[in-house]
Design a protein around this ligand. Structure first.
Ligand SMILES: NC(=O)c1ccc[n+]([C@@H]2O[C@H](COP(=O)([O-])OP(=O)(O)OC[C@H]3O[C@@H](n4cnc5c(N)ncnc54)[C@H](OP(=O)(O)O)[C@@H]3O)[C@@H](O)[C@H]2O)c1
Length: 235
């Protein structure tokens, strides 16, 4: 239980990779805050994990809503006074095989709103809880579709741009950070979830394993890097 008394927060924790991240972090000894935009879904997910005797609690947070994010940050500050680990997992894939110039622009705007601006506002609101203790690990769940090389290929434009921007944000924030606070991005692979679909070869368990090792990095560990299930990708 090396992480006893450490507090971790996972956005979009009610299903898919997020739910598995909450479970694995709790098994490692973290006190885990499962954030979900939906009270009923969030409470149902927490109940399942409590039945396994895991130390998990629910906080409502819609990452498209800045007030909701600020409210969640105040709530966690009141309860714990700090945050050790933040995993920006919540995300959407909205493209539906439409080309960028022919799609409803709302698809691009909504993808950016959640996958990029959502993570940005969450980081802004929660970093003060890390700065207070001069320690924190932030992990952005990205995608190989966010790699620059992917921009040469057609398709998935809104999703790709949102994850490219998220990767850039990871590097830019890393350059600004002081103290033992680190931020990295990781691609969990193609995973069988509602988003990934049933043909995906990787399970949520495998995806979560390839993400949470970044909570364990030391003061000389990576910062502002992008990993594809455990392997560092050079930008
Ligand atoms: N599955 C893959 O193959 C794959 C591959 C590469 C990267 N990823 C990334 O991995 C992450 C998790 O994906 P997944 O496969 O687990 O997806 P998923 O099964 O579709 O789950 C997405 C989660 O994000 C939440 N969410 C979406 N918009 C939100 C908002 N505005 N506020 C709060 N929560 C929100 C959803 O909440 P609701 O239940 O309320 O909708 C849900 O909990 C995403 O960032 C995704 O881009 C996935």
């Amino acid at each position: 239980m090396v992480h006893e008394r450490q507090v971790a927060l996972v956005t979009g924790g009610n299903r898919g990779i997020g739910f598995e991240l909450v479970k694995q972090l709790a098994f490692e000894g973290f006190k885990v805050v499962l954030a979900s935009r939906d009270q009923e879904k969030g409470n149902r997910a927490v109940k399942k994990l409590k039945e396994l005797d895991l130390d998990v609690l629910f906080v409502m947070m819609d990452i498209n809503d800045q007030e909701s994010i600020k409210h969640a940050a105040l709530n966690i500050n009141d309860r714990f006074g700090k945050l050790d680990v933040l995993i920006n997992n919540a995300g959407v894939y909205l493209d539906e095989n439409k080309e960028l110039l022919n799609m409803d622009p709302a698809i691009l705007e909504n993808s950016m709103a959640t996958n990029f601006f959502g993570a940005y506002y969450v980081i802004r609101s929660f970093i003060p809880l890390m700065e207070k203790q001069n320690y924190g690990r932030i992990i952005n769940v990205s995608s190989e579709y966010g790699e620059m090389g992917e921009m040469s290929y057609q398709g998935k434009g809104a999703y790709k741009l949102s994850k490219l921007a998220l990767n850039g944000l990871t590097q830019l924030i890393a350059a600004d950070l002081n103290g033992d606070i680190k931020i990295n991005a990781v691609d969990p692979g193609w995973v069988s979830t509602d988003m990934g679909g049933p043909s995906a070869p990787r399970t949520s368990e495998q995806a979560a394993e390839s993400i949470i090792w970044l909570t364990d990095i030391g003061p000389n560990g990576p910062n502002g890097r992008f990993f594809r299930y455990g392997r560092q990708i050079e930008w």
